[in-house]
Write a new protein. Structure first.
Ligand code: IPE
Ligand code: IPE
Ligand code: MG
Length: 233
């Protein structure tokens, strides 16, 4: 009997390599980000079809917001505007929800409104959640969670691993089972540090715009071969 490969419930994706992909084509970096957005949309649909329930994509780190040139950031905001006003409709039509993690307070007002409307208008009983990490950094998230916990403590909530998890931006999401990073770098770059405690890590040299559904299949095939022990024998 063929054993059905285990499908991760929650996949995290560090979408890296857009800039290098564009550079190879003598195009501006934002050309790469736009191609990356197209790739992400296809991957999310494919993941949903395969039975993944939560798909979390790293779209902009706290460090990116601090350190990238203004025109690149403007291009990224434009892509978010487009996604959250147009593409999101198809996601809803397929019964999927969006969620945003990260500190969106410094973003342009219209982008903030689109992001929070996108969350608010999501179907309630969604079978798939696409989470965008935007101005997200795990350290910032952990500090903000600590602040929330201090407030909750006044209401008698104890500080435990569970109450801490529930104070993170990812409250309500299970921990990621698999984190994929494209673009060749072997690091997490401040992505889901708390939640990744027992995630399987998969690093691909493929630049993100070239990371197609076949590459996701490869990552999932490798995941299904991993032996997850969670500290047991
Ligand atoms: C990742 O691609 C997307 C964002 C950080 C927004 P990069 O922009 O980091 O692409 P490279 O790493 O320079 O190729
Ligand atoms: C990580 O990529 C952030 C995102 C993919 C959004 P970076 O390109 O910013 O990471 P570093 O600088 O190579 O670590
Ligand atoms: Mg990069």
């Amino acid at each position: 009997m063929v054993k059905k490969p285990a499908i991760p419930r929650h996949v995290g994706l560090i979408m890296d390599g857009n800039g290098r992909w564009a550079k190879k084509r003598h195009k501006p970096r934002n050309f790469g980000h736009s191609a990356g957005m197209d790739a992400m949309i296809k991957l999310a649909a494919h993941a949903k079809e395969l039975g993944v329930k939560y798909f979390t994509v790293y779209a902009l780190s706290t460090e990116n917001l601090k350190n990238r040139p203004k025109d690149e950031l403007d291009g990224l905001f434009d892509l978010l505007r487009k996604y959250f006003s147009k593409n999101i409709k198809e996601l809803y039509a397929n019964g999927a929800a969006v969620k945003v993690i990260g500190d969106i307070s410094p973003l342009p007002e219209d982008v903030k409104t689109l992001l929070s409307d996108g969350e608010k208008n999501s179907p309630k009983d969604a079978e798939f959640t696409l989470t965008f990490a935007i101005n997200y950094g795990a350290r910032s998230e952990i500090v903000r969670a600590a602040e929330r916990l201090v407030a909750k403590r006044l209401d008698g909530v104890e500080i435990t691993e569970q109450s801490f998890s529930e104070s993170l931006d990812t409250a309500g999401l299970p921990d990621p089972d698999l984190i994929i990073r494209t673009g060749g770098e072997i690091r997490l770059s401040n992505f889901l540090l708390w939640q990744a405690a027992y995630a399987e890590l998969y690093f691909s040299p493929v630049l993100f715009p070239d990371f197609g559904c076949d590459e996701l299949d490869k990552a999932l095939a490798e995941f299904s071969m991993r032996n997850r022990r969670f500290g047991g024998v």
